[in-house]
Design a binder for this molecule. Structure first.
Ligand code: ADP
Ligand code: MG
Ligand code: MG
Length: 900
């Protein structure tokens, strides 16, 4: 690499703006923006991400950086009229990391850089002989510098602080006087020397350089690397470093520090929300060392600053056209802005705020649609705990899988299964779950763990099952052998009821009342958006309506019954993309299926099929009626037939018991023999899908006939039916051609001149089908991508096994950031879809393309399907609104989703 003496590595705040986040990081870009708005930001400068990249590439500061820092520091000193660390009148600075995306594991902030044994005296004099303040600032510097720059264990400092308070007989750090703090500084220095093998650096410029270097290096901290891999944040962005002149909130009662939001980030309601802490510095507000007061109190404490703050917040909102959060400090009655950014918010607040901003004329409906997302909408559709239940949470973990669940506590999978079998709602509580807990997780209403994050086994598996889960509630001490857990002085034994909120991560003792989602009531049509005063429902209605006018993708549903179909239509489905016919072989029809499987002669088999025909026909009649002229894609039977037989062990027991009793066991024995004969090592890759149709004479023919007859019957009654017959698991065009030839004959015979049109198409779910889509399209009137099987076979993952067995590890290692069964793997499985779509359409222009399978309701996947040019997605009824919303967002966002 050559030296770039002309590269600009350092920007004064006045030189940047909010759009330079890639160069200056989020914090730096927004500090620059506020400076240029004329807001009171302490002066400072930002060292660019480019400098960090160069440092990380070569292991040393790039040429020119030291000089540029020197020049900007001198300018800062001139502006402040003080020199860094000057013994008589020191300038102090903070060193703050700030990447494009905020990232756990990155170095935090070091305040009060420039203090040493001499300048601490100067600082005291500067502050009107305020020794306490000066020594407090110095001990904070050693603590933060030691911990974040030199990796001294933070607890050692905390213990020393606790010890000082204990000696003084107090719990409040404000009771420590200058002498106590001076003593603490001595202790801190010893701790520092013990862990680093050197004295605490006294040279201010050395402090500054070491802190800047530590920020650079923290980009490659283990946790930061892991987080980037999971979130697919490029590894080479680097972080910026902000150097900011210190202002002091710890100068006395007329000083303080606070955080605030320009609207309620919980509900979206207008108004001021924030916390303030007098006589404190930096992170004290959020660290919870003392009780903060609501921001409104500031009006009483310091009306001038309060009014100015409100004024600034209004300006920031207007400027960013969004909810902002801010950090500020007041130094002896003078307000300083230390940070702002577009603030995080709950799902409900996102919709409400987007609606309000449209009303206020700040943004248009496209922008409102852009600012909400399907994940938020999905969250709002879960039942939740009543807002005013007034019960205090006893612990807060990670909201790992949304929903609200109450039930009796159990500690083992076996006990969960037992109690659930008695009809009890249970919550499975474990330190962590592992694959042995699967049955218990299925049986439970919800899962609560004291360890592990969003990608732990419990979290991953629960999300896959749609179960409520709170993970990593580490205030909870789980004792499995004793069948109890303790939390904050409470002991909860097996059988006691707890409630968990999988969205907020909160854990409650006892049963918390649950309310259905008002958003679902709206979709169901029981809550009129024009007449409710529920701001959320009105905003959802407005944005959904806009999404529908924008989207190009149609949204269908997966539904197997008339009832499902009806519900999905209320949710906005425009047809059925997947009607599975296998449930039509269950229940009291099992017996007919057994007859079919055991048929010894052609005649036996024909009889069994003939008996199934009218039942199937009736099922289709109901569905076609319900969908009234909308397309209905019916998939011919897909699962291996042995799935319809009882399990081997159960049959063996039945035979033994019947023999014991001297009963006739002929049929049981025949079934047992059939199960043994039909056993497959890999059923997912065995005799199923189109293969069944080719091997068992008359099976597909019966289904095709039932579909065609039902369509004709509905049409005769004055309705309209648009059936699309879908052949599963095709891998070669010859398979489809064979099925199609037979089906077309039957259809022609049944349909006659009724005017009914029946399409025949195929699923694309075997990789070979995707790769030979050009050939297959010759025989198919439509394709529907079966993304579950395509993922399963594309990755070689047996879904039922791998999610529980090792996906947590893959997520932990960052091999993928999200399960490919949850969100489409664009690069691999997605590529198969792209190839099939392109080659299919090249062979048959206008080929209808859709997707069925859970990915059809996954936000990010919907964007992908839009980009690839599919005609529709199909998903479970509950996901239909999510797909509508995301299809609308995809249509207005040409460059994919920006949900980070
Ligand atoms: P984070 O990214 O964790 O929010 P910040 O860099 O914002 O870290 O620093 C945390 C807190 O430290 C700020 O909210 C502010 O209260 C305090 N702080 C940072 N720089 C200064 C400064 N120059 N003067 C006074 N306080 C500061
Ligand atoms: Mg901050
Ligand atoms: Mg399939």
């Amino acid at each position: 690499m050559t030296a770039h003496e002309t590269d600009k590595y350092v920007y004064d705040f006045a030189e940047g703006n909010k759009d330079l986040k890639d160069l200056l990081g989020g914090k730096g870009a927004n500090l620059a923006e506020m400076t240029n708005l004329g807001l009171p930001v302490p002066p400072g400068f930002t060292i660019t991400t480019g400098a960090c990249q160069a440092y990380l590439a070569t292991g040393r500061e790039p040429d020119g950086l030291a000089g540029q820092i020197e020049a900007h520091l001198e300018a800062l000193e001139r502006a402040m009229g003080r020199r860094l660390g000057d013994p008589h009148d020191p300038l102090l600075v903070s060193v703050r990391s700030g990447a494009r995306f905020s990232m756990p594991g990155m170095m935090e902030t070091v305040l009060n850089v420039g203090l040493n044994d001499r300048s601490v005296v100067g600082l005291s004099n500067q502050a009107g002989r305020n020794d306490r303040f000066a020594w407090d600032s110095y001990r904070r510097l050693i603590q933060m510098f030691g911990k974040t720059v030199c990796e001294v264990p933070g607890e050692e400092f905390e213990h020393a602080l606790d010890e000082a308070k204990r000696v003084k007989g107090t719990h409040d750090d404000l009771d420590l006087d200058a002498g106590d703090l001076r003593g603490l500084v001595e202790t801190y220095k010893k701790i520092f020397a013990k862990h680093t093998g050197r004295e605490f650096p006294q040279e201010p410029r050395e402090q500054l350089d070491l802190a800047i270097r530590a920020v650079f290096e923290s980009w490659n901290a283990e946790r930061a690397i892991l987080y980037r891999r999971q979130e697919r944040i490029p590894a080479d962005l680097g972080t910026a470093v902000n150097v900011v002149a210190m202002v002091f909130g710890n100068l006395g009662p007329d000083s303080g520090t606070g955080v605030a939001f320009t609207r309620d980030p919980g509900s979206g309601a207008q108004g001021i929300y924030g916390d303030y802490l007098a006589n404190a510095q930096g992170e004290d507000v959020v660290a919870g060392i003392r009780n903060t007061v609501p921001l409104q109190e500031l009006e009483r404490l310091d009306k001038t600053s309060y009014d100015q703050l409100l004024d600034i917040m209004a300006r920031l909102e207007g400027h960013y056209q969004d909810l902002c959060d801010i950090e500020f400090t007041i130094e002896r009655g003078k307000l300083w802005m230390l940070q702002t950014r577009v603030g995080k918010r709950t799902a409900a607040a996102a919709f409400v705020i987007a609606g309000q901003l449209v009303d206020e004329g700040l943004i248009d409906l496209d922008e409102a649609l852009h600012r909400v997302n399907g994940a938020q909408l999905a969250q709002l559709m879960f039942p939740r705990f009543q807002l005013d239940h007034g019960i205090e949470a006893v612990a807060t973990g990670i909201g790992a899988s949304p929903g609200a669940a109450s039930g009796a506590v159990v500690f083992t999978s076996a006990r969960a299964v037992e109690l659930a079998a008695e009809g009890k709602a249970v919550i499975l509580v474990r330190r962590e779950t592992n694959p042995d807990d699967l049955n218990g997780m299925i049986a439970a209403q919800g899962i609560l763990t004291s360890r592990g994050g969003k990608t732990s086994h419990a979290a991953v598996v629960a999300r896959g099952m749609g179960k409520t889960c709170v993970s990593g509630a580490d205030e909870i001490e789980v004792n499995v052998p004793a069948k109890r857990f303790t939390v904050g002085g409470h002991t909860v034994a097996e059988g006691d009821v707890v409630s968990i909120d999988g969205t907020t991560g909160k854990v409650y003792l006892g049963e918390v009342p649950v309310t259905p989602s008002e958003v679902v009531q709206y979709f169901e049509g029981t809550l009129d958006p024009e007449r409710t005063d529920d701001a959320l429902v009105r905003a959802v209605h407005r944005i959904m309506t806009h999404a529908d006018t924008r989207r190009r993708l149609a949204v269908r549903t997966n539904a197997d019954t008339g009832a499902d179909a009806a519900r999905a239509r209320r949710f906005g489905a425009e047809g059925i993309g997947l009607c599975r016919t296998e449930h039509m072989f269950l229940g009291d029809r099992r017996e007919l299926v057994e007859r079919l499987i055991l048929a010894a002669t052609d005649a036996d088999r024909t009889d069994a099929l003939a008996a199934l025909l009218p039942l199937q026909r009736q099922d289709f009649v109901e569905i076609f009626r319900e969908m009234a002229g909308l397309p209905v894609t019916v998939r011919l039977i897909d699962p291996p037939l042995h799935e319809f037989l009882p399990p081997l062990e159960q049959l063996a027991v039945n035979v033994a018991v019947a023999q014991e009793r001297g009963e006739d066991v002929a049929k049981e024995e025949a079934l047992l023999a059939a199960v043994r004969r039909m056993h497959e090592e890999n059923p997912m890759l065995g005799l199923r899908g189109v293969r069944l149709g080719l091997v068992i004479p008359g099976l597909f023919a019966m289904q095709v006939r039932a579909i065609a007859e039902a369509a004709v019957a509905v049409t005769r009654d004055g309705g309209t039916a648009c059936p699309e017959i879908m052949v599963p698991l095709v891998g070669a065009v010859q398979e489809l051609e064979t099925v199609r030839a037979e089906a077309e004959k039957i259809i022609a015979e049944v349909v006659g001149d009724s005017g009914v049109e029946v399409l025949i198409g195929t699923m694309i779910e075997v990789p070979r089908a995707a790769l030979t889509a050009g050939q297959i399209a010759e025989a198919a009137q439509f394709f529907s991508f079966g993304t579950n099987d395509l993922t399963q076979m594309g990755w070689g993952f047996s879904r039922d096994d791998v999610e529980g067995a090792f996906f947590w590890r893959y997520l932990e290692l960052g091999i993928f950031g999200i399960s490919p069964f949850e969100s489409i793997d664009r690069d691999g499985v997605g590529r198969l879809i792209r190839i099939a779509a392109e080659e299919g359409r090249a062979a048959r222009p206008g080929l209808k393309l859709g997707v069925c399978g859970e990915h059809g309701g996954d936000p990010d996947s919907v964007h992908f399907f839009h980009e690839v040019g599919l005609d529709y997605v199909s998903c479970s009824p509950f996901r239909v609104p999510v797909a509508r919303l995301e299809a609308g967002r995809a249509a207005i966002e040409t460059t994919g989703s920006d949900s980070r």
